[in-house]
Design a protein around this ligand. Structure first.
Ligand SMILES: *[C@@H]1O[C@H](CO)[C@@H](O)[C@H](O)[C@H]1NC(C)=O
Ligand SMILES: *[C@@H]1O[C@H](CO)[C@@H](O)[C@H](O)[C@H]1NC(C)=O
Ligand SMILES: *[C@@H]1O[C@H](CO)[C@@H](O)[C@H](O)[C@H]1NC(C)=O
Ligand SMILES: *[C@@H]1O[C@H](CO)[C@@H](O)[C@H](O)[C@H]1NC(C)=O
Ligand SMILES: *[C@@H]1O[C@H](CO)[C@@H](O)[C@H](O)[C@H]1NC(C)=O
Ligand SMILES: *[C@@H]1O[C@H](CO)[C@@H](O)[C@H](O)[C@H]1NC(C)=O
Length: 648
């Protein structure tokens, strides 16, 4: 409370002076060169760009025409349980945004951003580089923890001091020196209310409106909390969507809480301080130039016109991955919580592998399916071989906060664990047969394009007998009829991936470990390729899966977001341009601003029900556990606990 009053009185005292000194001061110039700024100052810069109808028509036309390629549009009309929260009439919302009056370019973009975020499909979102250039940070990340008797409550993360201090004195001095606000004493406090609401109700609200990415509400609840992860190739801690949201919406949050060793409930308003993660600028025009104006990479290119330097062009590699903007702020997992058991071979990349002190449990923490395509495969081989020579008899795969990556690396890991005898390691797939997609496939065939130039080229795929399609086979002719929520939703013929062609490591014939001794742990934030991998393990091998965290009493899937392949806007535009179809009236226009409207481009069909995309099949984990103060930020403690529960 004290700090809030101080904050308010400072503002009152200072602003008349400022306005006297510089009545038309450029709000972007005021924050230029600063890493951390009060969110209100960031917002003032954002709001300095007036609404522009030309840009609205450009962005909305682009988005509307990209949605034609989206695999799940018709599902949104009435999302099936338990995913009802993700219901939206997409065309009606576009029409609403087209006729809404906005004062600023930010207000328009924020509306589009919120609309696509709340579709809760991490593959299908509008990212305006201009307005995703700040991450707002509260020095009070939260987490739901169970006490010794199993009762769960929301706490300010007990490791907040070690964790937040890594932001450096440019962040902490704002609280310590400018505001004289003691945030350190809040670490570990029990939260009684947030903004006047029950803390779990407030968390549900953030999960509904801010988190996005995952169709399942229960999984989004875990995005709100802080959690451990691998960011790039390093152990990291994610701040969570309450304490680290994209943008500059909130200036502070009012908590009722009880600090450690106290019994007194007190009210504390904790200010946010926003971290600038965009490109350097000095004033409004240069802010626009650096972040908002389209760049050479915003739109696609005609790949036929590019000289390919290597003598043998490579296959294009499909991706299934979310964009976690806050990831750019890769804070380390504080040192005391890193695994103490030594890592084994193959742990320098996105996979970190360990033998637990029990000597019989091997752990592969698979942080993502990104990074070095070859190294992921050789690291898998190295880890499994190290486990074998250590005499390990059971394997835990930790998929916590795995945002996905290369589709074929998910299939590689599955194939490696299941053995080559298992056969095809992926899902049955298809893409959307909208009129422009049909024209692209026909044009790729006529132009003789192959998988080195186009994702639509037939030889990216195999028939269901795993024979690669010839480059002349039109898999969209005729489109296959399908009805979703009473609407026609035609797709291509169903096909298999051709990932086995890009595996560079030999696959053992038989599973290296008895598959009943392989288990998965995660926090449900397992997206795209990760979701496909864990769903394969569940649908094909009934692998034991344990999910940690979430809201007590609220259901939660083990997989977050189960699209299949994502195309960034520039990828789709490249497909269109390479097929000589940019002048088609159905083609989305080049973006005039630096933004990315990505979309889920392929469907993975469930083995449990071949008429349902895995995204819409509810698959619950066998086991659910709350986090405790010993496990929420300490992977080794979590694995040790999980080993006692998963293998009996
Ligand atoms: C603090 O911010 C200034 C610019 O405002 C920058 O020059 C300096 O490197 C930052 N210090 C740290 C420790 O990040
Ligand atoms: C709106 O944006 C377009 C495209 O960038 C630009 O040419 C035009 O000048 C802008 N209009 C106004 C009124 O600023
Ligand atoms: C927005 O509405 C205007 C006026 O009705 C129309 O001309 C335009 O095509 C619409 N734009 C989009 C993207 O739907
Ligand atoms: C709380 O009390 C325990 C036991 O007296 C003490 O070890 C600990 O340092 C105290 N923590 C805080 C934050 O005051
Ligand atoms: C780890 O890798 C090194 C170098 O490749 C190799 O010599 C060693 O045998 C490997 N260790 C295990 C346990 O596989
Ligand atoms: C696989 O299926 C395709 C399409 O039905 C067929 O043309 C091809 O001959 C089959 N290949 C094998 C090896 O059976």
């Amino acid at each position: 409370m004290r700090s809030l009053q101080w904050f308010v009185s400072l503002a009152v005292a200072v602003s008349p002076l400022l306005s006297l000194a510089a009545p038309n001061a450029d709000p972007c110039a005021k924050i230029a060169g600063k890493t951390f700024v009060p969110p209100a100052d960031g917002l003032a810069c954002f709001k300095s760009f007036p609404f522009n109808e030309t840009l609205r028509q450009n962005v909305l036309t682009n988005i509307a025409r990209v949605f034609d390629f989206f695999t799940f549009e018709e599902y949104y009309l009435n999302s099936p349980p338990p995913f009802q929260e993700s219901t939206d009439n997409i065309r009606a919302t576009i029409a609403r945004i087209n006729s809404t009056k906005y004062k600023t370019d930010y207000d328009f973009n924020k509306d589009v951003y919120d609309f696509t975020t709340q579709l809760n499909d991490g593959h299908t979102r509008w990212f305006p580089a201009c307005y995703t250039s700040f991450q707002n940070i509260l020095p009070a990340p939260i987490i739901s923890l169970a006490d010794a008797s199993g009762v769960q409550s929301v706490f300010i993360a007990p490791d907040s001091v070690e964790f937040i201090s890594q932001l450096g004195t440019n962040y902490t001095s704002f609280f310590d020196d400018t505001l004289k606000f003691d945030w350190r004493r809040l670490a570990g406090a029990k939260v009684v209310q947030i903004e006047g609401q029950d803390p779990y109700a407030y968390v549900d609200m953030i999960a509904r409106t801010v988190s996005g990415n995952y169709l399942d509400h229960g999984v989004r609840v875990n995005s709100v909390f802080t959690s451990y992860r691998i960011s790039g190739t390093d152990f990291s801690q994610r701040i969570g969507d309450l304490a680290g949201p994209t943008g500059v919406v909130n200036t502070g949050l009012t908590f009722k809480l009880i600090t450690v060793n106290s019994t007194k409930v007190e009210t504390v308003t904790v200010p946010y301080l926003a971290n600038y993660i965009g490109l350097p600028f000095t004033d409004s025009p240069s802010f626009w130039q650096a972040n908002c104006a389209a760049t050479d990479a915003t739109n696609g290119v005609d790949l036929k016109s590019l000289r390919i330097i290597p003598p043998t062009p490579k296959r294009k590699l499909a991706k299934g991955v979310i964009i976690d903007v806050g990831n750019s702020n890769g804070l380390g997992l504080p040192q005391p919580f890193l695994p103490t058991t030594p890592s084994v071979n193959g742990s320098t990349g996105v996979i970190k592998s360990f033998v637990l002190p029990d000597k019989k449990t091997g752990v592969m923490f698979v942080g993502s399916f990104e990074g070095d395509f070859e190294a992921f495969q050789s690291d898998t081989v190295a880890a499994i071989s190290a486990f074998k020579s250590a005499g390990v008899s059971q394997l835990i795969l930790d998929l916590t906060n795995n945002g996905g990556g290369f589709v074929c690396l998910g299939q590689f890991l599955h194939q490696f664990l299941a053995g080559s005898k298992f056969g095809y390691p992926g899902f049955v797939s298809s893409n959307h047969a909208n009129p422009l997609a049909q024209k692209i496939v026909a044009s790729d065939i006529a132009l003789g394009l192959d998988q080195t130039k186009a994702f639509y080229a037939p030889d990216n795929w195999a028939f269901l007998n795993d024979t690669e399609m010839p480059t002349t086979f039109n898999y969209m002719k005729p489109p296959m009829p399908f009805v979703v929520n009473g609407k026609q939703d035609p797709s291509s013929q169903r096909f298999h991936d051709t990932c086995q062609l890009s595996f560079t490591q030999p696959i053992p014939e038989n599973p290296p470990f008895d598959l009943s001794k392989v288990a998965i742990v995660s926090n449900g934030n397992c997206a795209s390729t990760c979701s496909m991998f864990s769903t394969l393990m569940n649908e094909r091998h009934h692998t034991k899966i344990a999910v940690f965290g979430g809201k007590p009493g609220e259901q939660m899937e083990f997989k977050g977001m189960s699209g299949n392949q994502v195309l960034e806007w520039a990828d789709l535009d490249t497909e269109i341009k390479t097929a000589n179809l940019k002048n088609d009236p159905l083609a989305p226009p080049n973006l005039l601003v630096n933004g990315n409207f990505r979309h889920n481009w392929r469907t993975a069909w469930s083995f449990f029900d071949e008429n349902k995309p895995i995204a819409y099949v509810s698959e619950l984990p066998l086991l659910r556990f709350p986090f405790t103060k010993d496990t929420y930020n300490n992977p080794q403690n979590l694995w040790t606990f999980a080993a006692t529960k998963l293998f009996t």
